[in-house]
Ligand binder design. Structure first.
Ligand code: PMP
Length: 441
């Protein structure tokens, strides 16, 4: 189908003036002009269900954030070298959501900056250089964070001091013929033990290469690795292994944080672990660029006592106003519980599709963060990337926006704003059902 005139004009202008690293979604790119709750509207007035955006976590253009930002912007916006209550009031509230011991906060504008600082802190505290990340991880745009982001592909090699471990993918580990299953025998794979063994081996390999361990960084729902909530608790043993080896554990909460997984406010809490450093981003300001790092005081001190850190926009009153409105709204609207309840209903409905469509290999999730895995052969669990991409296009034509994740790009990532309601389930599930039927899958 030919692109309409306006789409052609806008894509042409992008190509003319923007760097080629920018990639668009969809064969027929979507031109959005407005958002509200879990919905987006294009320039022709067509409404889409947003099943992808965890930044506008409270809902697009949430009035509480708009009001807080507007009010503060009209009064004052400056940086953290002057006294201001907002950063302190916000921090007091943020720290009440953390386990005891995680008691110092710092602020930036992007998840990349938060992870970049976290890695610097890990290196300063441990005296090591080596980082462990998962094989499809994404942690950011800077030199240090892209060094632990194999998801960027061969064009951006990981750092020579980084070692990769496969993410704990319970579906594949349990596949007939998988080495893990054969080794485990009749009892099935202990995913946590399996993962901890990989981390142990990575540390040993690193040391054999003369590299001292600095730390381990992971997003506890392994979003880029294909949305792997794992059995709750499956990170615990790996965290213990890292700690025993003198490494710092960084929980990258950019994706699972702020109530998204339903069971807990922070993703790491589902696994019953206490990291040394927690990084925050995306949903933190519901769209206002604000990110943060929370750390154990002694861990942060190893860096902060020696190195100054100033981030021009980080922690400014307007960003903090947005972040405060987000915390307040999550509490007042009960969004964590909402995510748990609606997420569970959505998961059940999506699992229902598997009965009618043999291409649905696995449906897994925590709260409103769901991975919907498409396979060419259900028995062998062969990833079907082409089908997943075709489904994205079909969904777009049916007014549902989302994207894919995982090493094979065959997992639909369903991660709507938490404003997603029970009444939206039908549209999402019907659109998926119709898309799979249209594709003969
Ligand atoms: N960590 C994770 C897990 C992410 O998903 C992302 C962004 N996709 C980042 C870090 C980087 O955040 P930002 O784009 O705000 O720099």
């Amino acid at each position: 189908e030919a692109l309409d005139l306006r789409t052609r004009e806008l894509t042409g202008r992008r190509e003319a003036v923007l760097g080629a690293s920018y990639r668009l979604f969809y064969r027929r790119p979507v031109h959005l002009v407005r958002g509200e709750g879990a919905y987006l509207w294009d320039a022709d007035g067509r409404r889409y269900l947003d099943a992808y955006n965890n930044v506008a976590s409270l809902g697009h253009c949430h009035p509480a954030v708009v009001a807080a930002v507007t009010e503060q912007m009209q009064q004052l916006n400056t940086h953290t070298r002057y006294l201001h209550e907002r950063i302190l009031d916000y921090t007091d509230e943020l720290l009440t959501t953390m386990p005891p011991g995680l008691d110092k906060a710092m602020y930036m504008c992007t998840g990349s900056e938060a992870n970049d600082l976290a890695i610097r802190v890990a290196k300063a505290y441990s005296g090591g250089e080596g980082m462990i990340a998962t094989t499809e991880a994404y942690h950011g745009t800077s030199e240090l964070t892209s060094g632990v982001s194999p998801a960027l592909g061969a064009g951006q090699p990981i750092a020579p001091t980084t070692r990769l471990v496969p993410a704990p993918d319970a579906y594949r580990l349990g596949a007939p013929g998988s080495a893990a299953l054969e080794a485990a025998g009749r009892d099935g794979v202990d995913v946590g033990r399996w993962f901890a063994d990989r981390v142990r081996a990575a540390i040993a390999g690193m040391e054999a290469d003369g590299i001292k361990l600095a730390g381990f960084i992971a997003d506890s729902i392994f979003s880029s690795d294909g949305v792997l909530p794992g059995p709750a608790g499956c990170l615990a043993e790996a965290v213990e292994v890292v700690h025993r080896a003198g490494g710092i554990v960084i929980a990258d909460e950019v994706q699972p944080g702020f109530g998204r997984t339903g069971d807990a406010f922070w993703g790491f809490r589902r696994h019953g672990v206490v990291p040394d450093v927690v990084t925050l981003g995306k949903p933190m300001g519901n769209g206002i660029p604000v990110s943060g790092l929370v750390a154990k005081a002694d861990v942060l001190a190893a860096f902060s006592d020696r190195v100054p850190y100033f981030n021009t926009f980080g922690g400014n009153p307007v960003s903090m106003a947005a972040a405060q409105a987000v915390l307040t709204t999550i509490r007042e609207e009960g969004l964590q519980e909402h995510s748990r309840v609606v997420g569970r209903e959505l998961l059940a409905e999506l699992r229902g599709l598997a009965a009618a469509h043999p291409s649905v290999g696995d449906v897994r999730g925590a709260g409103l963060f769901i991975g919907f895995e498409l396979v060419a052969d259900a028995e062998l669990r062969t990833p079907d990337r082409d089908l997943a991409l075709a489904v994205l296009e079909e969904l777009r034509e049916r007014g549902v926006l989302t994207s894919v994740a995982g090493p094979h790009g065959n997992v639909l990532k369903l991660r709507p704003p938490l404003a997603f309601r029970t009444t939206d389930i039908d549209q999402l599930v019907s659109a998926l059902d119709a898309s799979l039927t249209a594709l003969g899958a």
